[in-house]
Write a protein that binds this ligand. Structure first.
Ligand code: 6PG
Length: 256
């Protein structure tokens, strides 16, 4: 069963889109992003995107840098990151490094439109610097930066960006960015915080694979245990929240 189920949980600003495969999901999201960029460009407006990390968006970035590389007016786009590992850009773990290889090296975009988190810097200093960069460059709503589009992934422990279970305080932080620590690897991360994420006009969760089915089901069922999951608190206060799932990740949902 693929297609778009709108207004789940009787909430008008939430939708679920189910794709047959990760490739189909990436194609759908790429088309949406290109259309939004060009719509913004036609109005001579910049379009700000916060990219997610991890492995899920790799297919999407490859499509945007491949089939769609000449389809969007990239000079109107400013790319940011929702989170970054505290490693150098050359490190295979770098979220920026993956996007550079798959996307930025393949499109015609000015370097100054790419606003990476400097994983190689002192984490506390970089969290302050990046907080200021996004405040200075991005329009503001209710005191927080307002991204046009915020891409998020979902960890199988219910984390999103680098807001991990046990750090729900990062959802209500008044700072734009904070330092987080991966609970298993103890790797330091810089993450954008929950109030900024929920301030975005549009939030896309991209989730694929069977190993995510249980956590997706827990979040959608709003079970008691889901209250400990940071992704449960992503609600898009002023805009829309769209879950893009492949059939495996959505396999436990009762959508009708
Ligand atoms: C990161 C993330 C993180 C990621 C999830 C899912 O830097 O790792 O931004 O939130 O989106 O852990 O990761 P996968 O896509 O690899 O499953």
């Amino acid at each position: 069963m693929t297609g778009c189920i709108v207004n789940y949980n009787n909430q008008m600003n939430k939708s679920i889109n189910i794709s047959k495969s990760p490739a189909e999901l990436a194609e759908k999201v790429a088309e949406e992003i290109v259309s939004m960029i060009n719509g913004s460009a036609d109005r001579k407006k910049t379009f700000t995107i916060a990219l997610s990390g991890g492995s899920t968006p790799e297919l999407l970035f490859s499509l945007l840098g491949g089939k769609f590389s000449k389809s969007a007016q990239w000079n109107y786009v400013h790319f940011f990151w929702g989170d970054e590992r505290c490693v150098s850009p050359e490190n295979i773990e770098s979220n920026y490094g993956m996007a550079k290889r798959k996307l930025f090296e393949k499109i015609n975009i000015p370097d100054y439109n790419i606003h990476r988190i400097r994983g190689e810097s002192d984490p506390e200093e970089e969290a302050l610097r990046y907080s200021k960069e996004i405040s200075d460059l991005i329009r503001n709503r209710e005191g927080f930066p307002l991204f046009d589009l915020f891409l998020l992934g979902l960890g199988d422990d219910g984390h999103t960006a680098s807001i991990f279970p046990g750090n729900l305080n990062l959802l209500s932080s008044v700072k734009n960015c904070e330092v987080a620590i991966h609970p298993i690897t103890c790797q330091k991360r810089i993450t954008i915080t929950g109030k900024v994420i929920n301030n975005a006009d549009l939030i896309y969760f991209l989730v694929t694979g069977k190993k995510k089915a249980l956590i997706v089901d827990e979040i959608f069922k709003k079970t008691k245990s889901s209250q400990k999951l940071p992704a449960s608190y992503i609600v898009s206060l002023y805009g829309r929240l769209c879950w893009f799932l492949d059939e495996e990740a959505g396999s436990l949902l009762n959508l009708y």
